[in-house]
Design a protein around this ligand. Structure first.
Ligand code: COS
Length: 383
């Protein structure tokens, strides 16, 4: 739902200019250093990127889902590590509080997330619990006005930078299923909370993940999200429904970039006496990519509009995430192919995108989990 087209256009133009003038020139530098320079992070804060989807009353821009995916298309036109830094505040690291948090939790944490003063992180996955999220083992035992957390979370995006974590933990050990799980806000620096070393990854250098370890970590009972035990798994799933639309949107953004780069290269590179873009087999790769990209873009906008209408978008979010992330992988593969030998060299940057986008088909639910969600919902609606 676009509320004010003129203001939105201004925002999208500003983001697009920032991406082209500031982020694209830093792509290789950030990948080499595995670090985003502080001045760029400060510029992101000043542009309001940490608070795109945080409600205006708490200091954010309060974008609707449709407005947010349009912004993500623009942000996606560069290395995804840049978006990764502020995306958890708008997405999985902030949405638990936005969707199910109490008024006091919102008032306390959202303004700091919106400005980027703190980074929010989402701690669901564990060493033995990934796709089967409901099997998580981290425990939270009530002790007076506190909960005591024990367990380990794995592959936690932005954990090294985080100021707060949304942590899913089991409050009822007698229930092995989803309804024994609760969601908490845990502040970095709480005694008993420690971080593992930063993991080395295939791509997305500059974005960091690590283990988050809880050893008798005492947190105030007031940090139970929404003050309600047993609904933390549902909070996580609602957060992921929104997150999946955003991963689909960034898949579209990065695919647009890779296809533009491949098209430019195909028009410049000459073989057999003419630009390779004039050869039909190269044209087929460009055309297939364009059509699939357009389809994914339409899906993302449609899923976002439905969410803005208050509809349940579990199926549409999974469809969009699955299709757009798989599309992005195919576009990446074809882009490397169009570049040929140059596609394999770091110098041209396209191999970096090829590695970066591989993650889209895995995190916030693998393609296979999206298939399972879609089919389950279809069967449920049929019976
Ligand atoms: N919104 C609200 N509630 C939801 C929901 C959603 N999208 N999806 C499930 N729920 C609810 C269900 O309705 C059910 O509640 P009731 O028992 O009251 O009916 C409860 O949550 C448990 O759901 P379900 O039985 O479907 O859970 P499963 O253990 O079978 O697992 C999947 C569901 C596989 C879909 C889930 O574990 C999942 O998404 N896994 C992937 C995790 C993931 O994305 N990890 C990435 C980490 S973040 S980068």
């Amino acid at each position: 739902m676009i509320r004010d087209q003129e203001t939105l256009n201004l925002l999208l133009d500003t983001i697009s200019r920032f991406v082209r003038e500031r982020l694209i020139p830093h792509e290789a530098i950030v990948a080499d250093a595995d670090r985003i320079p502080d001045e760029l992070i400060q510029e992101m804060r000043e542009l309001g990127l940490f608070g795109l989807s945080i409600p205006e009353e708490h200091g954010g821009m309060g974008l609707t889902m449709e407005e947010e995916v349009l912004a993500t298309f623009e942000i996606g036109y560069t290395s995804p590590c840049f978006r990764s830094l502020f995306a958890t505040n708008n997405g999985i690291g902030g949405q638990g509080i936005i969707i199910d948090g109490s008024d006091a939790q919102k008032a306390h944490y959202l303004p700091k997330l919106a400005t980027g003063e703190i980074i929010g992180s989402f701690a669901l996955t564990e060493p033995d619990s990934g796709s089967d999220a409901a099997s998580l083992r981290t425990t939270a035992v009530r002790d007076g006005d506190f909960y005591v957390l024990n367990g380990t979370k794995r592959y936690i995006t932005n954990a090294p930078e985080a100021g707060i974590f949304t942590v899913m933990a089991r409050t009822d050990p007698t229930k092995k299923s989803a309804d024994g799980i609760s969601a908490f806000i845990v502040e970095a620096g709480t005694p008993g909370l420690s971080l593992g070393p930063i993991d080395k990854k295939m791509g997305q250098k500059g974005a960091h993940i690590c283990d988050v370890i809880f050893e008798d970590c005492r947190i105030p009972a007031a940090n139970l999200i929404g003050g309600k035990e047993g609904v933390g798994f549902k909070t996580a799933m609602k957060v992921l429904d929104k997150g999946r639309i955003n991963i689909a949107a960034v898949s579209v953004g990065v695919a647009r970039r890779m296809l533009d780069d491949a098209l430019r290269y195909a028009c410049e590179r000459k073989q057999f006496g003419k630009p390779i873009a004039e050869f039909q087999l190269v044209q087929a790769m460009l055309a297939d990519s364009k059509a699939e990209l357009y389809a994914a873009q339409c899906m993302v906008v449609d899923a976002a509009r439905r969410r803005d209408q208050g509809l349940d978008v579990g199926t549409e979010a999974a469809c969009a995430k699955m299709f757009a992330s798989e599309m992005c992988g195919r576009v990446a593969d074809r882009a490397v192919q169009v570049f040929g030998g140059a596609g394999y060299l770091a110098e041209y940057g396209i191999e970096r995108f090829y590695r970066d986008v591989r993650l889209f088909r895995i995190f916030e639910g693998t393609t296979q989990i999206q298939q399972l969600v879609i089919a389950r919902n279809m069967i449920r609606e049929h019976t």
